[in-house]
Design a protein around this ligand. Structure first.
Ligand code: ADP
Ligand code: ZN
Ligand code: ZN
Length: 748
């Protein structure tokens, strides 16, 4: 017998022989040798009887876990991802399985050492022949007279078993010494087994919040849509309207029936606050899964879920879509518009939201997409009736929507009403808010102190030696940092080019805002949250906790402060500069700006009336800002969709971005032209480019890009086949063998 085995490499599956006496099935993990010096944990994809066309077939060394790591549903998912996103199963494997359950090593025994096995415990049970009470009583009598220590130990085990329905008791719950327990096992009175501890759930009695009539209506609508056969539904509800409360009701229903639930949230929105909120209702059912967990924890979680019999509730990020939830009946994608559901790098460049929609369709399960500002894709599908749809238009309780002010930065500058990056309006409002003892959040979508340093004399700027971008200035660390490749150098003072004057920081990031606000309000306690602080879970939590407990008054941050937080005392939100969101050269810029600004605004006045938002901009007449001011998502959506249709962009077209890279600019240019030519022969005007992207050199390699634009009705898989074929042809040409090519399907 042979097995096709997927290895965690960008390679096809390889066929290995299954040794006599070893039984394998699809999904099993095995240890195999690949190449001369390397052992990998691979996954059995298929077992068959066809010998491969090679002289010496390698044999599977060892089976790794006692049960398959993937079931049929997961294998179908991996195969779909590999074909839809144009990657190999090995690449899916790299991303889908936690690292400690798929180690590679130089020898098999080292691989065995490196493989994570969950903690096991000893369990004692009464041997079958002693279940009869006469036999047991006789033994007790005998021990009572002659072996008091055995008597004590046996008595303890028997009484502990009285309220254990599964007939076994964990060693850790017994006080008896090891020796008498061992003797009892030797005498055949007790049996001892070693296995992983089970989580005890008890009977599900969840205390659910009472829904308001509006929320009830939305819940009923979602259920009706599912009943009518739709597998995906959009819950479009403004921030604070109680989307989460509706999720809770749906989650409880599934858990009560022993089904599994997956609630996905964007990475940075998965906060302790959200987990605690879920734990208050679902207790120990809640399993968190995110990248700040240790590898150990993630591996343990995967293996535990793989043994579970259902009733699991995972709150996780993008990658939790790969967890082995065998009875998955409900997936909720919260903040479904969030770009972080799409993995940009490395392959598989999948969108967990789109995968969730596909999964519901596959298994006739249910997927809910929730958002205050849905992606235009989802909004259009809901409007056309492809998805179910429910709306929530009111905030819960007395909370009103915040009042939004657009503050003109140019006019403020003309009037001399601008201090640093703050208009007078924003300063006044901060002052009033602090005076009332309330809190302020300030948003700037750039970290660091300044995006670049420039010489006012000769115009020299500090640039990354490996990438075609400026280096960002981080003042606290006195460093220049490349946000593309991580290159870091000490910040210089004097211009290295003309050697005359000092360099000036240009533009501004969160660090500079933090510095200026501290100068403007020396009394205020200021915190800052951006990726620079994301180094550890504790650092992140400390900043959030300080703000939540009102130990800080002002929180400055990037995107990170816009999601998932519910701070009661925040009544003012300031956006320092909306223009760089609106002017982004991307067809999604307007949509994204609207989503982000509305999300930031949603942080103000969540619990009380009188929340305020000040948005600073040089262009207060911008249509998207007007739509935001009027809280008119629908108008924004219709405008943007009309534009997308006119210029043939998603959701009316499907995009695939092909990026080629090489250290030599001539080679990458020629390869890109060649590929474009070959694709045009079959796809004609659906091929755009090649062009050099705005940042056309990263990590010492030059980049060229091609874009494929295909009608959204056309077969994605057929277009993929064609592209796959052309890429293979290109890479067989000797000149272009060394060109790296990556494909991004549905780029975000
Ligand atoms: P969303 O997820 O739409 O932003 P949430 O579900 O977080 O909204 O609700 C906002 C706030 O209002 C939360 O603090 C929540 O506890 C409260 N809330 C919403 N609906 C209810 C309800 N039916 N009963 C009690 N509290 C509610
Ligand atoms: Zn760089
Ligand atoms: Zn200079």
């Amino acid at each position: 017998m042979y097995a096709d085995i997927v290895l965690p490499l960008a390679q096809p599956a390889y066929t290995y022989a299954i040794p006599e006496g070893m039984t394998l099935e699809a999904g099993d993990a095995v240890s195999v040798q690949f190449g001369l010096k390397k052992y990998y944990t691979g996954l059995v994809w298929r077992v068959h009887e066809n010998p491969p066309a090679v002289k010496r077939v390698k044999r599977v060394v060892r089976k790794v876990y006692d049960r398959p790591l993937l079931d049929a549903r997961q294998r179908a998912l991996w195969e779909w991802i590999a074909s839809y996103y144009l990657c190999t199963l090995g690449e899916v494997m790299r991303c889908a399985l936690p690292s400690l359950i798929k180690p590679s090593a130089e020898t098999d025994s080292q691989l065995l050492d490196d493989t994570f096995y969950p903690r096991t415990e000893r369990y004692y049970a009464l041997a079958a022949s002693y279940a009869d009470s006469a036999q047991l009583n006789e033994t007790f009598d005998r021990f009572e007279r002659r072996a008091p220590r055995l008597y004590e130990a046996l008595l303890e085990v028997v009484s502990a078993l009285e309220n254990k329905p599964d007939g076994e008791v964990a060693r850790r719950l017994l006080t008896a010494d090891a020796t008498p327990l061992q003797t009892l096992v030797k005498k055949g009175i007790l049996t001892m087994t070693e296995h992983t501890p089970e989580v005890e759930y008890g009977t599900p009695q969840f205390r659910l919040p009472t829904l308001t009539p509006h929320q009830q209506e939305a819940l009923a609508k979602l259920k009706a849509d599912f009943k009518a056969g739709r597998t995906t539904a959009l819950l479009h509800g403004i921030t604070g309207s109680g989307k989460t409360e509706i999720y809770i009701h749906l989650i409880a229903e599934v858990l009560k029936e022993g089904g599994d639930v997956l609630l996905m949230v964007p990475e940075i929105a998965l906060t302790a606050q959200l987990i605690e909120r879920m734990e208050r209702i679902f207790g120990s059912r809640v399993t968190a899964y995110h990248s700040r967990l240790t590898n150990h924890r993630r591996s343990e979680t995967y293996l535990r879920l793989n043994r579970s019999l259902g009733g699991e509730f995972v709150v996780g990020v993008r990658s939790s879509i790969f967890l082995p939830l065998k009875r998955l009946q409900l997936i909720i994608v919260d903040e479904e518009h969030d770009a972080s559901y799409k993995q940009a790098e490395p392959a598989p460049r999948y969108s967990a939201r789109d995968v969730a929609v596909w999964m519901a369709h596959q298994t006739a399960g249910r997927t809910i997409l929730g958002s205050a500002t849905p992606s235009l894709e989802s909004w259009l599908h809901a409007a056309s009736g492809k998805y179910g749809k429910a709306k929530l238009t009111e905030r819960y309780g007395d909370a009103e929507l915040p009042k939004i002010y657009l503050s003109d930065t140019r006019r403020a500058a003309q009037r001399g009403e601008r201090h640093g990056h703050f208009n007078k309006l924003l300063i006044d409002k901060i002052e009033a808010t602090l005076a009332r003892g309330e809190q302020v959040m300030l948003f700037q979508n750039r970290r660091g102190f300044a995006p670049y340093l420039e010489c006012p004399q000769c115009g020299w700027t500090a640039r990354c030696p490996h990438c075609n971008v400026t280096l960002s200035y981080h003042k606290v660390r006195e460093q220049l940092v490349c946000h593309y490749c991580g290159h870091t150098e000490a910040a210089m003072v004097r211009c290295p080019s003309c050697k005359v004057v000092d360099l000036q920081p240009m533009g501004f990031g969160t660090e500079k805002i933090e510095e200026q606000i501290s100068e403007l309000f020396p009394e205020a306690r200021v915190g800052r949250l951006d990726r620079d602080q994301l180094t550890s879970e504790t650092a992140f939590n400390r900043i959030v906790d300080d703000f939540a407990a009102h130990r800080t008054d002002i929180l400055v941050g990037t995107q990170m402060i816009t999601k998932g937080f519910d701070f009661e005392d925040v009544s003012l939100v300031g956006v320092l500069n909306a223009d760089n969101l609106l002017l982004n050269p991307d067809f999604r810029a307007s949509e994204r700006a609207f989503q982000l600004l509305q999300q930031v605004s949603g942080r103000a006045g969540r619990r009380r009336a009188g929340g305020e938002v000040v948005i600073q901009t040089a262009d207060p007449a911008h249509p998207v800002l007007r739509q935001l001011l009027n809280d008119d998502f629908e108008q924004m959506a219709r405008d943007q969709l009309a534009e997308r249709q006119a210029y043939f962009y998603p959701p009316y077209a499907r995009l695939t971005m092909v990026t080629l890279r090489h250290p030599q600019v001539q080679i990458v240019r020629r390869a890109a032209a060649e590929l474009a030519d070959r694709l045009r022969r079959d796809m004609g005007r659906r091929v755009l480019g090649p062009i050099a992207p705005p940042v056309d050199r990263i990590r010492g390699e030059y980049l060229m890009q091609l874009m494929l634009k295909v009608e959204s009705g056309a077969s994605r898989l057929k277009a993929n086949e064609l592209l796959r074929e052309k890429l293979q042809q290109l890479q067989q040409l000797p000149d272009y063998k060394s060109v790296t090519i990556s494909v991004n399907v549905d780029p975000q």
